[in-house]
Design a protein around this ligand. Sequence first.
Ligand SMILES: [Zn+2]
Length: 352
Amino acid sequence: MRLSKDEIERLKESVNIADVARHLGMNPVMERVRCLFPERHSHGDRTPSMTLNTKNNTFKCWVCDDVFGDVISLVQMNKKCTFPEALEWLARFAGSKIKAPPKSYAQPLDPVEAPELGLGGNLKTQAAKPELNFNLRTQVLKVLIENSDDISGACSKYLGKRKIFKKTWDLMGLKQIGDYQKMSDLLKRRFTEQELQDSGLFNESGHLRFYRHLLLLPYYNSKGDPLYLQARAIEPEVQPKELSLKGRITIPYNSSALNQKPGVVYLCEGVIDTLTLIEKGFSAVGVPGAKNFKPEWAPGFKNKKVFLVFDSDEAGREGAIKTIQILKDAGIDADNLSLPEGMDINSWFGGS
Ligand SMILES: [Zn+2]
């Protein structure tokens, strides 16, 4: 196969090095893989020394000085083949990736990549049969978040008004879409239209749904993988204010606070309220909407004394009663904290 320099560059850009590594059987976890020469490492490089840089599509072993390169070198070193053979393999991979039906993502990619919800107990049984597009969703979300911008401008003003500041944005990995068109194009280069729709990020007409919802509120698990996301509009006239991903809500917001150690945790309605309490130094977890607490999340609250601080309106009160019942049924100590009528935790702390 003969490719021009430009065609080679385009081929390199059309793939993601983590996807390539996965296809080569290297099982990347958090952009780390075992070195291509494990025999040079103690314990066969059981603690992976090689990192994949998905921004530049390069890799590097932190121990071996001669193990680094671009995505073509990765194929060459892995398959011990020539440059033209690596190109041919990559072209086939890129081609099949473009045409692959979404069900190529249907199986968990490897045991480590199977859903890790950061919660205890009977979630394991759920993890055994993940939603069809579960891994896909995390992969798309990772690309979205890696290519998003840090909070600034109008988003920072919006959060500041709600008394949620930078240390919390950073701690909770909040991001914003800087350039809608660029983001949309980039996602379309990395994934098929079907994959983008299955992930819940794109609508049926093939558009990124967050056109005016640019503030990204990712739901990370304890390993830092994004499992779910809500996006918020910061212009007051936009309705609805928040967009959620379509499909199963797999974890509550800030589930890392559910560490199974004895202590108090505040359960909030919505991400903004949760961030408000985190800003103030409280241990807080959020449900996306008063009625959205899932019974399978209850075991995650083991050893916690849970205080519910849902909105003081009819939906909030109803949701709180239901949620407390679910928690109590699971043997979790849960109580309601009532705010004055019409208030939520953010306005209680002076947010506007
Ligand atoms: Zn090495």
